[in-house]
Design a protein around this ligand. Structure first.
Ligand SMILES: [Zn+2]
Ligand SMILES: [Zn+2]
Length: 348
């Protein structure tokens, strides 16, 4: 029997590398030889701690991956063995109340490769042919695996719907904050500024042509002052990509009248904030969110291929599959951006 190495979470927090049977390729499916699979600090840490709400354990996680087509099902047309690809991990049912209204993110039977269907932290992953996207030769696998976070950020761009001339702040310079800041830089926005407390990350963004302000972890008044010096009336929109609920109340104070705050990153389930409705009322403010992507992979590949979103400086470190338990701990280090698992060696 043909086997492969794969990461398996027996239950939340309990992972090991196992020898599993090779996936069996169905008629409308392909098997991808995974060359790169990146760790998502939000979702993959949830599998490693409390569990992910989409998780069906035991499960091979990894929803951000890219590689070569290795095997093709009998009914699959238009693809060849050896094609460089990534795959949309989101599998909405297509039949429920929300799917029929094109609100796929809220599908009542939402499945996801890497959460409920075996994912990319393995040497091989099986996907449906209709989820495949071709990766141009100019995008290395270590960046192509980040198509999924770029797709999630494009969903946020649609939600934010920046009007011409608006000033926008991005809070947080993790991988998602960096992708959002670059997408905004190429949007209708007038000025785009990213705020984060780690100078080395802001340096990367400066290199990508995005303006930044260093956040002071201890005294928010310092960076608030810097924002108001640049935007005396506040900004039209803020995207929060910190994943920390404690940042949100300060963000509200930086909004212009009729401004809006889009929360991109998930905060912890038990984190609450207090807001003053009278302040929201008087200033006609909005607070809303952006959850995961569905059907945004095409535009995400295009944004990477065109260079509008640059990912080259986002890869902090590469790991073998066996090193996953170390990598999932290293992701907590503040200086880390993306950690990439290479299940089939370091060479493309
Ligand atoms: Zn992700
Ligand atoms: Zn559905």
């Amino acid at each position: 029997m043909e086997t492969m190495k794969a990461l398996v979470y027996e239950r939340p927090g309990a992972c090991s590398i196992r020898e599993l049977p090779m996936p069996v390729c169905g008629e409308d499916e392909v098997i991808i030889k995974v060359m790169a699979a990146s760790i998502c600090k939000g979702a993959d840490r949830r599998h490693h701690t409390t569990g992910h709400k989409l998780g069906r354990y035991p499960i091979t996680t990894g929803h951000e991956f890219a590689g070569y087509i290795y095997k093709i099902g009998g009914a699959v047309k238009g693809w060849n063995i050896g094609d460089r690809v990534t795959a949309d991990n989101a599998v909405p049912c297509g039949k429920c109340y929300f799917c029929k209204r094109e609100m796929y993110t809220h599908c009542v039977d939402f499945q996801s490769v890497g959460h409920s269907i075996p994912g990319g932290f393995a040497q091989y992953v099986k996907v449906k042919d209709n989820s495949l996207f071709k990766i141009p030769d100019t995008i290395p696998f270590n960046e192509a695996c980040m198509t999924e976070p770029v797709a999630c950020c494009i969903h946020a761009m649609d939600r934010l719907d920046v009007k011409f001339g608006e000033d926008v702040l991005v809070f947080g310079a993790g991988p998602n904050g960096m992708i959002l800041a670059q997408l905004l830089k190429h949007s209708n926005a007038n000025q785009v500024v990213c705020l984060a407390p780690t100078q080395s990350k802001l340096d990367v963004l400066n290199g990508y042509g995005v303006d930044t302000i260093l956040m002071d972890r201890k005294d928010p008044e310092i960076h608030k002052k810097a924002v108001f010096e640049r935007f005396p009336y506040g900004v039209d929109a803020i995207v929060d990509a910190t994943g920390s609920a404690s940042v949100l109340p300060d963000c509200f104070q930086l909004l212009k009248k009729q401004g809006r705050l889009l929360q991109f990153s998930s905060t912890k389930d038990d984190e609450n904030i207090t807001i003053n409705p009278a302040y929201f009322y008087r200033n006609e403010l909005q607070y809303y969110t952006s959850y995961c992507q569905v059907h945004e992979f095409g535009r995400a590949v295009d944004a990477i291929a065109s260079g509008k979103v640059r990912l080259d400086k986002l890869v902090t470190r590469l790991y073998t599959l066996e090193q996953f338990p170390q990598a999932i701990e290293d992701v907590l280090d503040h200086s880390v951006l993306k950690l990439v698992i290479r299940p089939n060696g370091m060479e493309d």
